[in-house]
Design a protein around this ligand. Sequence first.
Ligand code: C2E
Ligand code: CA
Ligand code: CA
Ligand code: CA
Length: 278
Amino acid sequence: AKAKGKNTYHFYSKELNAAANERLYIENELRQGIRDSQFHLHYQPQVDSRDGRILGFEALVRWTHPVQGPISPFKFIPIAEATGLIVELGEWVMREACAFSARRAKAGLEANVSVNLSARQFQDANLIATMSKTLRESGIAPDKLHLELTESMLMGDVDTAISQLLEMKRLGVSISIDDFGTGYSSLSYLKRFPVDVLKVDRSFVQDIPEDSNDMEITAAIIAMAQKLNLNVVAEGVETKEQMEFLKANNCFIVQGYYFSRPLEEGAVNALPEHLEVE
Ligand code: C2E
Ligand code: CA
Ligand code: CA
Ligand code: CA
């Protein structure tokens, strides 16, 4: 691309520079933001599609920058991963999510919480020790904590991944495969991983009922999960039609804007036990 003449080169280098500068800017601001507690969590309910009962929540990190305002995780998580800052940020997320769960349990409320784990954290030699300490200090029952990992995190060094998963399971937490269907995990491996839940990626759910391919893939993932004795969660459910399709295909745990956006803890605690949907 560099050799396409002066103008093209100039154009590319300017673009690259802008991207590199933004990256550098975000990296520096991330460091500062972690020090200054600029992060907080939102929680999105996971719901039983049959009766609207809240079964738990996915914790999603939010960053409100003092000058830029809210910055999307799609923007800063990849940079946090590339720089390794995700380890510190992720540890904070886990502590905060466990504290949330503890407060909910104490109030007699549904206390399941799912936390997203990045590849970098999964490879961190201290992950198990940190997780164990976080669980102990929060006082929650370990089975209230669910970790969401992606297929690609597992498919590299499969044996190491399996032993890491087994250590996590020994702590008593449960494990979900996030964005399922978008990676390359083969069925034979899936059977070997000690996982509890498959989360059907939003990209399959979002075009139901217009895209018949997506409907077949979704139905196939659900059927496969059942054969493997795994729970299945559908994410990104935005319409009644999508919810009805999932229910008709035996997927009973759903998450998406149709039921609720991710919310602040205060708003979450004000939700009824059953979300009314129409
Ligand atoms: P994800 O794990 O796939 O999380 C689901 C994303 O879809 C969230 O975006 C959520 O707000 C959004 N979502 C939920 N329901 C709907 C819906 O019905 N329609 C649409 N269009 N979107 C919906 P969010 O919060 O912006 O997070 C984006 C991604 O950033 C997450 O994707 C996850 O990969 C990452 N992320 C967020 N929080 C954390 C975290 O604490 N740690 C790590 N490692 N990654 C995180
Ligand atoms: Ca997730
Ligand atoms: Ca997901
Ligand atoms: Ca996704």
